[in-house]
Design a protein around this ligand. Structure first.
Ligand code: GTP
Ligand code: MG
Length: 380
């Protein structure tokens, strides 16, 4: 909800967070706060109005104390109440503020308007908001670069030289930026990696090995994993959701309904992934013909597992050989993952697009020559 006067917005309140922050902003922010806040300061009972100042006290509903809080003043008519993080408590404080006339607004929308007020252009405000949500520090690095150089500089330079440049050259640059942005997205938002392959090849063992913890059941009975298992982990600089799946077996697809459903789910997960690690027994991969490879839209890394059982450790060009059980070959695998996702050769200073608004404008530049100049001008 948006109010033309005062808004209240929950900035941080996730699960069991120790602290919850509620922003109160707008013309009557101070007036509303004074009705619900009692300072511990014996000489001044107000919430203060000095930018950067904080006041310790309690939030009260009449005589009833709801929570002990710190109120920070972030600027003219902008305050943040830092209370305890229990969501039930936060809800009470929000309801109280609403009962005094504040309207609840979306935290992201609120944060964006704050960034916009303090930024030179839209790209800067968008980058600051995206930095708050980035899954990795490298993602923050990419987004920060878009403010000082990257997309901001590219947009300005291209607008200035639009008349002199051929539209075709601008479009080529846009295509290059969009390609680069795919890799940036993986670093900023994280990736989904599906571990697939025939039954008993060591998929669950690999998931446990990469995650550094026992998350999936391992056994020598083929068909152990039926329902998929997901775990979030850090793979080098990237945040990854690893998904272990039921072993792919055409013979099972036509069997009882549970097996059939498990096969179907694995196939759907394969469609939704950024990368597939296809795990096979190393002996099987070596004897395999090239046509045995799976056909997917996303990149696939073929892994020959159980290489500890091989007499000769000579490497093969057909797969990356590892032993998930003995933790062998993991460095090579990590290297291959970074390479195939484009992370290892990523240029952190290069321009990238990172919001739906920017992608739409790029779309206009690429597909509508009459709208290209206007779209470029609106980018910043
Ligand atoms: N020697 C050796 N055995 C392994 C290795 N990786 C897994 N195994 C063994 O292979 C068997 C199957 O491992 P899992 O990880 O359960 O295999 P899976 O592919 O998840 O099997 P399903 O869930 O049934 O499809 C277990 O007995 C593991 O201990 C390895 O690198 N070397
Ligand atoms: Mg398994």
């Amino acid at each position: 909800m948006q109010n033309d006067k005062t808004t209240v917005s929950v900035l941080t309140a996730r699960g069991m967070a120790a602290i919850g922050s509620i922003a109160v902003a707008g013309d009557s922010a101070k007036e509303i706060l004074e009705k619900v806040f009692r300072s511990y300061n014996p000489t001044s009972k107000t919430c203060g109005s000095e930018t950067g100042g904080t006041v310790h006290g309690v939030i009260v509903d009449g005589q009833r104390v709801i929570d002990e809080v710190l109120v920070g003043c972030e600027g003219a008519n902008r305050f943040v109440i830092h209370c305890h993080g229990n969501p039930l408590l936060l809800e009470q404080v929000i309801k109280l503020l609403q009962s005094h006339g504040a309207k609840l607004t979306d935290a992201e929308h609120f944060a964006f308007s704050q960034h916009q007020a303090a930024s030179e252009n839209l790209i800067e405000a968008e980058a600051k908001l995206a930095m708050q949500k980035s899954a990795t520090l490298l993602g923050v690095k990419i987004l920060r670069a878009q403010i000082d150089s990257g997309l901001s500089t590219w947009a300005q330079k291209t607008v200035e030289s639009f008349e002199k440049m051929a539209l075709e050259a601008i479009r080529r640059e846009c295509i290059e930026i969009l390609e680069h942005s795919k890799v940036a997205k993986r670093i900023i938002e994280g990736v989904r990696i599906v571990i697939a392959g025939p039954p008993n090849s060591g998929k669950s063992t690999l998931l446990n090995c990469l995650a550094g913890q026992q998350q999936a059941v391992v056994s020598d009975t083929a068909g152990t994993t039926r329902d998929w298992v997901s775990v979030m982990c850090q793979l080098g600089p990237i945040r990854a959701e690893l998904i272990d799946t039921a072993g792919l077996d055409d013979a099972l697809a036509g069997k009882d309904t549970i097996e059939q459903t498990a096969q179907q789910i694995t196939k759907e997960l394969l469609e939704s992934s950024d990368l597939v690690l296809y795990v096979q027994d190393v002996i099987e991969v070596r004897s395999q013909k090239p046509e045995a490879r799976i056909n997917l839209a996303c990149p696939v890394i073929y892994i020959g597992n159980k290489c500890d059982l091989l007499k000769s450790q000579a490497s093969s060009l057909k797969s990356i050989d590892i032993s998930a059980k003995e933790n062998q070959g993991m460095d090579l695998l990590a290297e291959a993952i970074m390479k195939i996702l484009g992370v290892s050769r990523f240029d952190f200073a290069a321009p990238v697009v990172f919001t739906t608004r920017q992608r739409r404008l790029f779309d206009a530049i690429l597909n509508d020559p009459a709208a290209a100049q206007g779209a470029l001008e609106r980018l910043r």
